[in-house]
Design a protein around this ligand. Sequence first.
Ligand code: FES
Ligand SMILES: [Fe+2]
Length: 362
Amino acid sequence: MLFKNFWYVLAESADVGSRPLQVRALGQDLVLFRRSSDGQVTVLSDVCVHRRASLSGGTVEGDCLRCPYHGWAFAPDGTCTHIPAHPAGVPIPTRARVASYPVEERYGWIWAFLGDLPPEERPPIPSFPELEVPGWRAVRGAFTWKAPYTRVVENAVDVAHTPFLHRMSFGNPDNPVMPPFEVTVKPYTVETTVVLESPRPRGISRWVMGGASTHTVHLAVHLPNVTVLETTFAGGWRMRLLLSNLPVDDRTTLTRYIQLRTFLRTPLMDGFARAFTRSILLEDRPTVEAQHPSPHPWPVDGDVSIRADALTLAYRRLLGRSGATGGLPDGPGGTPSPPEDTVPRTFARDATESSQGRFLAP
Ligand code: FES
Ligand SMILES: [Fe+2]
C-alpha cells in the first residue's frame, strides 16, 4: 500500500541541476530542477496542465520550468506565469497550475513531502547524525527491485534469512537460530539490536571482525520506507547501511543506499564497498522479487509468523496504524485523478480553484 503523507527520497542531490529530471514516485511522474536564483530544488508534477505534455522535456528558465509543447512557464509554487499564445493583457487562468511539493535537501538526498498534511503534522525526516560527523567513510549507490517497497523493507531488516540467502557471503549457515531480541516501537520507528554468531571469517573480514565469534547488529525501520542496519564488530569497527526504498509504483522499488564504514576509510576501498553492497542486494533480489503475491496485500494477513519475525511484524503494525493518517495517492493505482476541467474554456478571466492540485497535494 502506498502512503503519500511521508517524506520520500526522490533523487541524489548531485543528480539535480538546471536540467529537468523526471522521477516516478508513488505511481506518479514528478519533475525536479534547481532554481537559478538560490540553487534550491523544486519538485512539481511532471504533467503539464494544458495538454499533458511531460514538463521534464522542457527547459529551466531562471526559477521557472517551461513546457516543451506550447511553452507555458510554471513557477516553483506550480502557478503558470506565462502563456506564450496569450495576447498581451489577457490574464492567466488561476487553474493553470501544477502540483508543487515541499522539498528538503538532507544527507545528499532530495526529500519531498508528497502528502497533504500541514507542516506541523508531517512525520519527520529520519535523523542520521553520523552522516555529519567525521570518522565514517561513505559510498552511495542505487538498486532497482521488481517488488513492492514493503517486501524490500522487510527483507532489509530480516536477519533470519541471512544463513540462507547470504550463506556464501556474511551469513552463518552453521547457526540459523535467532537469539531473543526486544523490539522498540516509537511513533515512526521500529528498532532492535541482535547479537549474532559470526561465520568463520575469511580474508580481510577476519581483521574487520576482530577475530571474535559474535557481532552486534542494530536494525531500524523509519516509516514508511527507510531502513538502517548497523553492524558493530568485536574490535569496535562499525559498518552502517542506510537504505531509502522508494515506491516507484506498487510493484517497483528504487533503493538508494549510503554505506558507511569506520575501517579502511581510504577512497581506494570505495569501489570494493560499493561492489560488496551490490552483491548482497543481488543475493536477495531473486527471492524478494518472487514473493507472492506482488504487490503486497494490505493489511497483510495469512502469513505464518514466528518469534524471529517480531521486527517485521512491528513494522507492519506501525505502518498499518499510520495508514489512517498516511493517506493514499489520489486516483486508482496511485495515478492522478484526471482533473475535471483544468483547461480554460475561454481566454476570459478564470477565478476558480485549481483542480490539478488534487494530484497528491492541494
Ligand atoms: S502541453 Fe504544456 S504548454 Fe501545452
Ligand atoms: Fe538479505
